[in-house]
Design a protein around this ligand. Structure first.
Ligand code: ATP
Ligand code: MG
Ligand code: MG
Length: 382
């Protein structure tokens, strides 16, 4: 517990990570802008103000930290490779390098026999290339940026050949794309996996609902999923994460297809939006689990069990700079509702500003409690 952790990025994931670290008196140094979310709840002089993409700043962070980790995968892995000589980088920089390129990530998973959607690399594609890709993987397909993708930015659904031009206009500025076979899913599932020094453990299988490609809701446990599918999802998620080197928490997103088959959508090498619910719903949260994993502190399978059904609803920026705070004030009126605001100041439309979690003795009770809050969000963002 006397090791210092350095984190590239200081957004909401870092903020919730340091909230967990504070309880263990684990010191965490963040590299990000001065007033970033995470630094606001961690008062000491060893944070670094700057960009986590700046090599010099990363060097400085490494010099002050025993273990360096990330809260975002879009980092410079050349620098991580360099600092790995002097400090412990977790998860391994190779893991971050592979995962940050969604196509390489899928290739690696495929080579280990992990089920993924068929994917074709497209280097600076033309409309003709898209036509060929459409023949190979079928239409519709999802055109995706290999790198720098988040919240669906970097994805473009190509339904017919009329979408070729708009898709290339939207993503064509980014040369490295790939085409992914359309997953006609029944639902989306996610599992947070923890890779420790000697084990690969998993949190429960949850159901995620995305709107406009951004995670909106998480239901823990996933509703209406058989025990078989549940355990298959757990196994698939652990098998996928076992393909990567290093320690820490990984968010595994999956598609449950109409025929019951499971495919990996993507993996994040860090705590994840679909694991926020663990703060209230599990004995050890994904954030604390990440710390325990990278610091070689004890972690038990039972620590990751669900205590009570939970539903998480994201609070996105709306039409006014304070819409998220108005929503939080409204949500506060409801019983069993935990509010998390991220301290990001003024909202931009669609930006993640906070989330709420409702835990209840049964899923149906949690659904009843949260429904008016879902209605509120839907009315504000029709
Ligand atoms: P994140 O913020 O999770 O990192 P991202 O920008 O990397 O998101 P993806 O996870 O690739 O984006 O896709 C976002 C959402 O778009 C998925 O959760 C799913 O709802 C939809 N989607 C992605 N790929 C496909 C596909 N092949 N077929 C159908 N829907 C898809
Ligand atoms: Mg992603
Ligand atoms: Mg995703």
């Amino acid at each position: 517990m006397d090791k210092t952790v350095g984190v590239l990025g200081g957004g909401q994931l870092g903020r919730m990570l340091v909230e967990a670290a504070n309880l263990l008196e684990v010191k965490v140094n963040f590299l990000d802008a001065g007033r970033s979310s995470a630094k606001q709840v961690s008062n000491h002089d060893d944070h670094i103000d700057g960009s986590f993409k700046d090599p010099e700043a990363v060097q400085k962070l490494a010099a002050k930290s025993d273990v360096v980790t990330i809260e975002i995968e879009h980092v410079n892995t050349e620098i991580l490779e360099q600092i790995a000589d002097q400090t412990d980088v977790q998860p391994h920089w190779k893991t971050i390098r592979t995962i940050q390129d969604k196509y390489l990530q899928k290739e690696l998973l495929k080579s280990h026999g992990v089920a993924i959607a068929q994917s074709l690399p497209l280097d600076a594609p033309t409309a003709e290339d898209l036509e060929k890709a459409g023949k190979a993987v079928g239409l519709p397909l999802m055109l995706k940026s290999r790198k720098e993708a988040y919240d669906g930015k970097g994805n473009f659904p190509v339904r017919t050949k009329d979408d070729f031009a708009p898709a290339l206009e939207a993503l064509g500025g980014n040369k490295n794309l790939y085409a992914e076979k359309w997953a006609n899913f029944r639902m989306e599932l996610a599992v947070m996996v923890v890779k420790t020094k000697e084990q690969v453990l998993s949190f429960p299988t949850v159901e995620t609902i995305h709107e406009n490609s951004i995670c909106k809701l998480t239901y823990a446990p996933a509703r209406g999923v058989s025990d078989t599918v549940n355990s298959q999802a757990q196994e698939l998620a652990r098998k996928a994460v076992a393909c990567f080197d290093g320690k820490g928490v990984f968010g595994v997103e999956m598609f449950l297809l109409q025929d019951g088959a499971l495919l990996i959508n993507e993996i994040a090498p860090r705590p994840h939006n679909s694991g926020h619910y663990t703060i209230e719903a599990c004995p050890v949260s994904q954030y604390e689990a990440h710390l325990r994993a990278i610091l070689d502190l004890p972690l038990h399978t039972e620590d990751l069990e669900l205590r009570e059904p939970a539903i998480m609803l994201n609070i996105l920026g709306g039409d006014t700079p304070d819409s998220h705070r108005k929503f939080a004030a409204e949500a506060l009126k409801h019983r069993r509702t935990r509010i998390h605001l991220y301290g990001k100041g003024q909202a931009r439309k669609g930006r993640k500003m906070g989330h709420i979690t409702v835990c209840a003795p049964t899923m149906s009770e949690a659904e009843t409690i949260i429904q008016p809050m879902i209605d509120y969000v839907d009315q504000a963002n029709p």
